[in-house]
Design a protein. Sequence first.
Length: 512
Amino acid sequence: MSNLYNRFLDCFTPRLAEPFIVRPDGSTIRYADLHAATGRIANLLVSLGIGRGDRIAMQVDKSAEGLLVYLATLRIGAIHLPLNPAYTPRELDYFLRDAEPALFVCSPANEPVLGALCREAGIPNVMTLGAAGDGSLLAAAGAMPENFATMDVAGDELAAILYTSGTTGRSKGAMLTHDNLGSNAETLRSLWRFESGDVLLHALPTFHTHGLFVATNIILLAGARMIFLPAFDLDAMIRLLPQSSVLMGVPTFYSRLLSRSDFTSELVKDMRLFVSGSAPLSAEVHREFSARTGHAILERYGMTETNMNSSNSYDGARVPGSVGFPLPGVDIRITDAQTAKPLPQGEIGMIEVRGANVFAGYWRMPEKTAEEKRADGFFITGDVGRFDEAGYLFISGREKDLIISGGLNVYPAEVEALIDELPGVAECAVIGVPHPDLGEGVVAVIAAKAPGAVDAAAVKAALADTLASFKRPKHIILVDQLPRNAMGKIQKAELRRIHAETIAGRAALSAR
């Protein structure tokens, strides 16, 4: 019984009368409703000629019904392909032609434009699904029977394809199997102590690993419930946290919660776990959150190609700035980027991962897969980090973000951690921009907690005693906010583009 849906079914069958999803208005989808609805959708998909190994692409607003389509896709042995609602038609054209889905599902308002795009790309079926559960897909599924025999598939068959962001080239489709997703969710459910009585406050997107596979799959395996927000809504979160036991978020969630005076220890006294991921959580936010609430945020490390790789302990110390220990069954090693040889403990190098969580490869890119997956099964993540003497993993950044200044390596995370500790700093990003003498000059882009709260000269003075001269920023740029993607990751490529082109920035660097 390798189909991931059947693993879920075994776990939630005793809970059929209980809610799976609770909407902000109080309406629910019970587990019995889930099973019946996915049966109807599965029968509809099969009636369209869609089956095992076919791709079903979705670009829709977040909704509970969208999760039902994901689960129905698993039931027929097809492959779920979620796409960011922010993608433009031009960007979608690439994904559709590359994946060649048998069905594309979009919001009703976008159907006139995207339907035409699908016809040009040769996509045979287009249906719609709205945020309120409206649209042609569920209307057609309503006429179908609810009984459906879930397809028995092998564990190594594909369950999903998730496209990477493509910041260093064209997007790659990471192929994830039923076993990839199932093994990872089962490990996390056990490690993070999820039980049927848990209530997850779900405010993440569902086109991404964190909100879809980490959050949703764990809840299904626990037979627990989710309070399902359609988007990040700070007021709604403050109102609903007292009804919840777990929150999974990105660092922005926690920094914005801390900005609220009504976010107090009393508000979250019944919470048992706060999880952060998808982007680095500053040590300062970690400490401030703990001081305010008495809860230490549990930071973990994962990526599209591997699901989750490491986590801070549930019971043990959760170290600020660290992503914890390798998950059970996951091997992590640090290697020299040039020689691929393992490095001693404490040295910074390339992070490589091996385990049942690691993806099957890139869709229709065997050469790229061979470049990034070694013969011994380790995947070269592109992240740089180190293990400390206690075995905690620390991420120094992406290899492509490494700054080489005067022939010396500067790891942005080291500089960022020190700047984040300074008074008045809300967040920062350290980047390298072209320098006529050093090759690259170190630049710190800082967002203050309030206007005037950060002084560039004071930042430079504070770093003079804590950083070697070659690591110190040659220029400090103060901004209102840093550019982020949908998952809260700071867009350093965008910062480099903006500030490498500014005459003032170049002049300041040249002056040194």
